[in-house]
Structures are given as structure tokens and as C-alpha cells.
Ligand binder design. Structure first.
Ligand code: ZN
Length: 67
């Protein structure tokens, strides 16, 4: 079971995209800040809608807001 799970391979393979185990469906969302396409969990994309902000931009905004 573990060997057949693609998420398990990602977990061990050290891929740059963090993959979670389970039936998490990824969709393409475009970051409203950098306009880059990102693979995000469907729930996140639906909730954010057109205001989706990718993780790196969110970090920049968070650090910018703190200063
Ligand atoms: Zn971004």
C-alpha cells in the first residue's frame, strides 16, 4: 500500500512541492501577486478564488507587514 501511494514517493523523494498523503486534489491557481501558476489543494483555491496568494508572496507580505 505504501509503495503504491504516489504521495509516499514524494514524501521520501524530497520533491520541492510538499505533497500530503491522502486524496488531496491539486488544482492550478494563479497567484494574484506574482501571477505565477501554483498547484494548490482544491479547497484552498476555491476559498481564495481570484485573491489567491502563493506561499512565497504570502511570506513576503507577512514579513513586510511586520516591519
Ligand atoms: Zn505569488
Amino acid at each position: 500500500m505504501k509503495a503504491m501511494d504516489p504521495a509516499y514517493v514524494g514524501f521520501r523523494g524530497g520533491e520541492k512541492e510538499p505533497s500530503r498523503p491522502g486524496n488531496l486534489k491539486l488544482v492550478t491557481a494563479i497567484c494574484s501577486v506574482c501571477q505565477r501558476k501554483r498547484n494548490v489543494p482544491e479547497g484552498v483555491a476555491v476559498r481564495a478564488g481570484e485573491q489567491y496568494i502563493c506561499a512565497s508572496c504570502a511570506e513576503k507580505q507577512a514579513s513586510g507587514a511586520a516591519s
